[in-house]
Design a protein around this ligand. Structure first.
Ligand SMILES: Nc1nc2c(ncn2[C@@H]2O[C@H](COP(=O)(O)OP(=O)(O)OP(=O)(O)O)[C@@H](O)[C@H]2O)c(=O)[nH]1
Length: 492
């Protein structure tokens, strides 16, 4: 029926040319013509297809079958070109993507004939998939770099003192980006024998571990210690995709992670000033395949975190240096004065009373003269420590001058303040300090003022301090080793 020349031409075309017919009632279909390449490509016999087209339908990938018959019916009804993409099974059993393209024509008997070809579009599909993956990859990388840029500007602009919240915010954003359940920072201590969880973010509903992970002894976790050492030396990322598959040597680690519900995790060392400080990691409560190509990005995150930790620690040190007395370690005047202003503001707002005591070591000059300046320093340190021990979180003990100290007691009644100061003076007397084997007797005097003692209902910090100082002077005049409050001297 078809001239030989046409068959030969058809066999030279890269695709498979066909003429496909479906009977008017749709009950049978066949290929009046299909080029001989159908045998080379799919291993199908063109002669058999001339009576029944089913064998072609049998080699369609099961996932691509659903829409094919309806699409042929639509083309038959509308006589619009028929076009379809599906994976077809090749002679060797593998699948390739093909595109069928054909024009329908209605025959006199009501059947429909399509003239067209199957073209192998596998390479095109692979390139397309590759391109899509690259696009997704670069979109991901772009998003990640944007996140890093925004995090680093957050760190740069973070106000001093907002350190912990800043790190917590950082962990939350990283956790959401990587879609994990927990993100945390641990610090190592004592030559990798202990570690402490310093910051943690958990997805809502995921139990927090921070409180149970303080100063944890990791000497029993040999596998983990070994991994940590390797991580630290090579500055790389440790991925665990399935905790249940950890080696037998990691038995205790596996048990702990399983107890914490962790199914997969990864962690990266945090290196500050060239030293490994700890690690930063993420948990997933489900087994999960981590993208290994994320390593470089994760190291960038860890570096950013390390820089932030370093900056915040330095700031903390500087802040401490500026508000603490270097000899005794307790707060200095610079810190004290704004705290007194705050106590005054609270007093004026809500009537919350507070008291200030000015304390001075008695005959301190003699301590220096008799035992030497170093002994004097030791007395100052012991005295400061004693005051510090008296403080609740809202109180302040500060070195005000040479051997003058102030104790500011927040939210206290006059009676309670007197009782507290009497106790301080008692305890000073019992200090029993010795220097090079010699006992140094120490006593102190104090002037105590409660904010309600002053006639002025809105006094300034200076007025309070001056009154406390005046009472201290009276305590010294009345023989030292005593406290003067609103009621006068109370010799001890
Ligand atoms: N060791 C030491 N001595 C200090 C320090 N600061 C101040 N002093 C000494 O503290 C002494 C204060 O002496 P004074 O103000 O005369 O008073 P005092 O001997 O304590 O006598 P009263 O206060 O009257 O009981 C001085 O000798 C200062 O040199 C310090 O940081 N270390």
């Amino acid at each position: 029926m078809f001239p030989r020349l046409l068959s030969e031409l058809a066999s030279g075309v890269p695709g498979v040319l066909f003429c496909y017919r479906v009977s008017a009632d749709g009950t049978f279909h066949y290929y009046p013509f299909i080029s001989s390449r159908v045998r080379e490509v799919f291993g199908l016999d063109p002669r058999k297809l001339q009576t029944d087209a089913s064998a072609v339908f049998d080699i369609i990938h099961p996932d691509d079958r659903a829409g094919i018959v309806p699409s042929i019916s639509v083309s038959a009804a509308t006589l619009e070109p028929w076009q379809y993409q599906a994976r077809l099974r090749l002679k060797d059993g593998t699948y390739h993507w093909f595109e069928a393209h054909s024009m329908p024509r209605r025959e006199a008997d009501g059947s429909t004939l399509w003239y067209g070809q199957f073209t192998d579009i596998q390479t095109h599909k692979e390139l397309e998939a590759d391109l899509r993956q690259r696009e997704a990859e670069s979109a991901y990388q772009l998003q990640f770099h944007k996140l890093l840029a925004s995090l680093s500007s957050d760190f740069i602009n973070a106000p001093i003192g907002d350190f912990d919240q800043e790190i917590d915010r950082f962990l939350a954003r990283i956790g959401e980006f990587f879609d994990v359940d927990r993100v945390y920072v641990y610090r190592f201590a004592e030559e990798l024998t202990r570690m402490t969880n310093t910051h943690e973010w958990c997805r809502p509903g995921v139990p927090a571990l921070k409180d149970s992970q303080q100063n944890v002894d990791i000497t029993g976790f040999r596998w983990w210690q070994e991994q940590s050492r390797n991580l630290l030396q090579q500055n790389r990322v440790l991925f665990i995709e399935d905790v249940s598959k950890l080696p037998d040597s990691a038995g205790p680690e596996r048990a702990l992670l399983e107890e914490q519900g962790v199914a997969a995790m990864f962690c990266i060392p945090v290196v500050t000033r060239g030293l490994v400080d700890g690690f930063f990691g993420m948990d997933s409560l489900k087994v999960r395949r981590w993208r290994r190509d994320l390593s470089d990005l994760l190291i960038l995150v860890a570096n950013l975190l390390a820089q932030a930790l370093e900056r915040f620690r330095l700031e903390q040190e500087l802040l401490n240096q500026s508000i603490r007395d270097p000899l005794t370690g307790i707060h200095n005047r610079r810190y004290l004065e704004p705290r007194i202003a705050e106590m005054l503001a609270r007093y004026q707002r809500s009537g919350e009373g507070f008291a200030l005591a000015m304390l001075d070591i008695d005959h301190f000059k003699q301590v220096n003269d008799t035992h030497g300046h170093q002994a004097g320093d030791q007395v100052l340190r012991a005295f400061a420590q004693l005051l510090q021990n008296q403080c609740r979180a809202s109180d302040v003990a500060a070195r005000y001058g040479g051997e003058e100290f102030i104790l500011a007691l927040a939210d206290v009644t006059p009676e309670r303040a007197t009782w507290a100061l009497e106790r301080v003076i008692d305890e000073v007397r019992e200090l029993a300090l010795s220097f090079h084997g010699k006992v140094i007797p120490v006593t102190a005097s104090a002037g105590l003022v409660h904010v309600s003692d002053l006639e002025n209902p809105s006094p300034t910090p200076d007025e309070l301090i001056t009154e406390a100082d005046r009472r201290l002077y009276r305590a010294k005049r009345s023989g030292r080793n005593c406290l003067v409050d609103a009621s006068g001297a109370s010799p001890l």
